[in-house]
Design a binder for this molecule. Structure first.
Ligand SMILES: Nc1ncnc2c1ncn2[C@@H]1O[C@H](COP(=O)(O)OP(=O)(O)OP(=O)(O)O)[C@@H](O)[C@H]1O
Ligand SMILES: [Mg+2]
Length: 283
């Protein structure tokens, strides 16, 4: 299956203090760099599942942007529709965490992803529509998402990203002409934001350890999560959506949920947001 993923690719800088964090002081600890972004994670998972992936984003014009591109190419993504923006830094999320594992705070700079405009996408939309399915994340601005809802001619899946960003999908549906997309995936928190949204064929609401609810034609079915030992829950939802898309457009709700939940289990069982073992998963 050929999938086009449009969304964020960012560098995550995660600092963890070795001892109790002291504000206004330098704290000894670890500082690690990894690659994230919901769109990038979904594209990564799809590539591991063996799908042909075209990833569409704007990279920052700095060293992080170069690193992200090298990594995405190495994973096997087609980056021919991407662009490097010389004037903006790479999308980045820097977080500060206490020795207990709790996040003290974080700063997200997604300006380069938000610089993806409708004009920029219009120049690429014919190529985007050659895919069997398109996935977008709500790192894109509401106007951009609305334009995609109106101009993507193949089934469009949208990931809600976070509570505040999920609101963008609601706004996008309001301002779009078509007011309808194939599917959206959100977690329980994002679902509160999107409770009133009706313009979808399928809605997937992940509920962490409790699993997944899928709504189609006004009927909601619940699918429990596969039992597992969680090492890092981050990225479970991204793998879930990749699995749902990978299941194909003819898949029943049951089959899409089963494959999605198998991929989610694989992701949460690894320390990283994306588990390379997804390549070996028998579905
Ligand atoms: N504690 C857990 N135990 C078992 N499975 C889990 C657990 N947490 C997550 N999962 C699996 O991952 C799926 C997605 O998790 P969740 O609802 O947290 O999504 P999310 O918040 O979108 O995740 P992320 O945005 O970090 O990728 C769940 O439906 C479930 O299958
Ligand atoms: Mg998520």
């Amino acid at each position: 299956m050929k999938v086009c993923v449009i969304g964020g690719a960012n560098v995550d800088i995660t600092a963890v203090s070795r001892e109790r964090f002291r504000a206004r002081d330098s704290n000894p600890g670890s500082v690690r760099l990894s690659f994230g972004g919901v769109g990038r994670n979904i594209a990564h998972n799809l590539a591991l599942l063996g799908d042909e992936v075209c990833f569409v984003t704007r990279f920052g014009g700095d060293a992080f942007g170069q690193m992200l591109q090298v990594s995405c190419r190495g994973i096997g993504m087609d980056l021919s529709l991407c662009e490097t923006c010389p004037t903006l830094p790479s999308a980045c999320f820097a977080s500060l965490n206490d020795c207990s594992g709790e996040m003290i705070g974080g700063v997200a700079d997604m300006a380069v992803t938000e610089s993806i405009s409708t004009e920029w996408l219009a120049a690429r939309i014919d190529a985007v529509n050659t895919a069997d399915a398109v996935v977008a994340d709500t790192n894109l601005l509401p106007e951009t998402l609305a334009w995609l809802i109106d101009h993507v001619t193949v089934p469009l899946f949208v990931d809600g990203v976070s509570g505040p960003k999920a609101i963008r999908l609601r706004k996008a549906l309001e301002i779009s002409k078509r007011k309808r997309l194939y599917a959206f995936k959100c977690n329980a928190l994002e679902a509160e934001t999107l409770a009133s949204v009706t313009g979808f064929t399928r809605r997937f609401v992940s509920r962490g350890a409790e699993g997944l609810d899928v709504t189609e034609d006004g009927v909601t079915k619940h699918f429990p999560a596969f039992p597992c030992t969680v090492r890092n829950a981050t990225g479970g939802g991204d793998a879930l959506l990749a699995g749902i898309v990978h299941a194909g457009l003819d898949a029943s709700v049951e089959e899409a949920a089963r494959i999605g939940l198998l991929c989610a289990r694989c992701a949460v069982e690894s320390d990283e947001a994306v588990n390379e073992n997804l390549k070996n998963l028998s579905l």
